[in-house]
Design a protein around this ligand. Structure first.
Ligand code: C5P
Length: 290
């Protein structure tokens, strides 16, 4: 086998709380994360060294890119002298709070492990992923998870109740470090009930899930536009609407496809980047081998 194609899903935060500070300036988080049906497509070919292409994307294809970092760590950990030709077809908006960069890293880890005959265990991939970025372990796991610590403590939950997510990405993205820095300067903190959210997932209770959904970063990282999009999503039938991760994307939760499709069509007249997605039950996975 010389080539594999990997799909890696975007994530949404059904809930995000900040519960403390960790050494190194990172924040101790408590979240429920959900993989959704919007995918980065990554092609990997065996080659002598690492190369990276991002066709059609303005992002820099250099050694700092999460895909490149993941490849370097994988090859080092597996003791492989070869490299990989990596092509990332981006579909997840950047600076959205949807783990686009982490999805790319997760895809590279899973894809290279397949390409090179599976030298590393899934646990080892999780460990390497955590070194590349806080959301990479979840991007490997996918589905619905309670995620704690820096993003590296994962508990798989049963699939979330069937629903649809309409995601609106405003024109301006948000830098994650800047969002956390703003949070540190905010005296008052809002804490969503993450325990109640987990309970709602376990009971497959969509209305309780929507009641418990919340994001501690929204009051400081969100803007007037965040609140405006939340209002618009609710007016268009969302049971609730909130920001994901550190922003800037906002999503509404809908009980059914027809209502979500109607909202997507209307909001597409107002925003350039609107996505209709459903919950996904997996993380990054190989879909083609050649
Ligand atoms: O690990 P990653 O590169 O995804 O994180 C980006 C930034 O987000 C970090 O540099 C840090 O400022 C912030 N962050 C944090 N606490 C976390 C995860 C991320 O403060 N648990």
């Amino acid at each position: 086998m010389d080539k594999v194609t990997v799909l890696a899903p975007a994530k949404l935060n059904l809930s995000l709380d900040i519960v403390g500070l960790l050494p190194g300036g990172y924040h101790a988080l408590d979240m429920v994360m959900q993989a959704v049906t919007l995918y980065e497509k990554i092609e990997l070919e065996k080659s002598r060294e690492i190369t990276l292409e991002l066709p059609g994307s303005p992002l820099k294809a250099d050694e700092k890119n999460t895909a490149w970092q993941a490849a370097r760590r994988f090859l080092e950990a597996a003791g492989i002298r070869g490299g990989a030709r990596i092509t990332v077809h981006k579909a997840i908006p950047a600076q959205a709070g949807m783990a686009g960069g982490s999805a790319d890293a997760a895809a590279v880890l899973v894809g290279l492990n397949r390409l090179y005959g599976g030298p590393l265990s899934f646990c080892r991939l999780l460990e390497l992923g955590a070194q590349v970025g806080a959301d990479v372990p979840f991007s490997l796991m996918g589905g619905t998870c309670r995620v704690q610590g820096k993003g590296d403590i994962l508990k798989a939950l049963p699939p979330c109740p069937d629903c649809r997510f309409v995601i609106v990405m405003p024109e301006e993205g948000v830098s994650t470090p800047a969002a956390f820095a703003r949070y540190d300067r905010m005296p008052a903190a809002y804490h969503p009930d993450v325990e109640a959210l987990e309970e709602a997932v376990r009971k497959k209770d969509l209305s309780a899930l929507c009641g418990a959904a919340g994001n501690a970063l929204q009051p400081c990282s969100g803007t007037e536009e965040t609140e405006h999009i939340c209002r618009r999503l609710r007016q268009e039938g969302a049971i609730t609407a909130l920001m994901t991760g550190s922003g800037a994307a906002v999503f509404g939760i809908f009980a059914d496809e027809a209502g979500a499709e109607q909202a997507r069509r209307t909001l597409q007249g107002e925003y350039r980047q609107v996505y209709l997605t459903a919950p996904d039950t997996f993380g990054a996975r190989v879909t083609e081998e050649a």
